[in-house]
Ligand binder design. Structure first.
Ligand SMILES: Nc1ncnc2c1ncn2[C@@H]1O[C@H](COP(=O)(O)OP(=O)(O)OP(=O)(O)O)[C@@H](O)[C@H]1O
Ligand SMILES: [Mg+2]
Length: 244
């Protein structure tokens, strides 16, 4: 099986005047379709930088990133934006909902960029809100909902139109333990149901229990990759086949 996402020797240096910050030193990783991958690392270890590179939001200083064989690091701004709109859903810590829009309008937003017409957009958005347990909340604005409910709108938005890949950056960072569990179960259920690929970055170790693959990152380097049994075997077999 070929990996869906291939990250090869990626380095990211930020320059601020004379100062150089090595945000990612030399990172290589393979992610397979349907995998739930958890990136664990302390603040400043390079988690968000990694997500931004793979999503094509920023260019690596060096190295290569392929998604489904497409060289993300080589695409120009316009192409990478289209690729992202078509294939990737985002869940953020701070929800990033637009305050003037209702829940339905927020959820339909990415579908506008994908060229879905209004009636269909609203239908998908309403279904997506039902999937996250927010039936009847479609007309509420973010300020009229709790933090957990706002995060569920954020999840509905990321999942609407079932993008191939979902990136979640500290999706439960603002939630209490009970809501964290609820929200994680929700994300994982949806992702499994549609065989989507999920990359979640967090410093919360309890999130790792939901993952197929746990990647530990420190000072811009991957320290370890722990793979749960079934998946690891599959990959080993795949690698052996490649070697033959
Ligand atoms: N635009 C930037 N300019 C300069 N330095 C940056 C920039 N973005 C990130 N960095 C630095 O790169 C390193 C990695 O940052 P990153 O945001 O990837 O960390 P993180 O693991 O996501 O941390 P957190 O858990 O706090 O979100 C940090 O030292 C940070 O200060
Ligand atoms: Mg971060």
């Amino acid at each position: 099986m070929k990996p869906l996402i291939e990250v090869k020797n990626v380095r990211k240096i930020y320059r601020m005047g004379d100062e150089k910050v090595v945000a990612l030193d030399n990172v290589s990783l393979e992610i397979y379709k349907g995998e739930i991958v958890c990136f664990l690392g302390t603040s400043g270890s390079g988690k968000s930088t990694f997500l931004n590179m793979v999503a094509g939001l920023e260019k690596p200083t060096r190295g290569e990133i392929y998604i489904g064989g497409i060289p993300i690091h080589k695409l120009n701004e316009e192409k990478v934006t289209l690729f992202r709109q078509k294939n990737i859903g985002f869940i953020f810590q701070a929800y990033h909902l637009l305050p003037m829009l209702t829940a339905v309008e927020n959820v339909s937003l990415p579908l506008i960029f994908r060229g879905v017409e209004k009636k269909k957009r609203n239908k998908i958005a309403e279904k997506s809100l039902i999937d996250v347990g927010l039936k009847g909340y479609g007309n509420r604005k973010p300020t009229q909902m709790s933090g957990g409910q706002q995060q569920r709108v954020g999840i509905a938005r990321a999942l609407a139109g079932t993008p191939k890949i979902i990136f979640a950056d500290e999706p439960t960072g603002n939630l209490d333990t009970a809501t964290t569990k609820e929200v994680m179960a929700l994300i994982v259920n949806q992702v499994r149901r549609h065989n989507q690929t999920l990359i979640i970055v967090t410093h919360d170790r309890s999130i790792a229990t939901y993952a197929d693959k746990v990647v530990t990152i420190q000072d811009g380097n991957i320290l370890s990759v722990a793979v749960k049994d079934g998946v690891e075997k599959e990959q080993e077999e795949g690698e052996q086949k490649n070697e033959q």
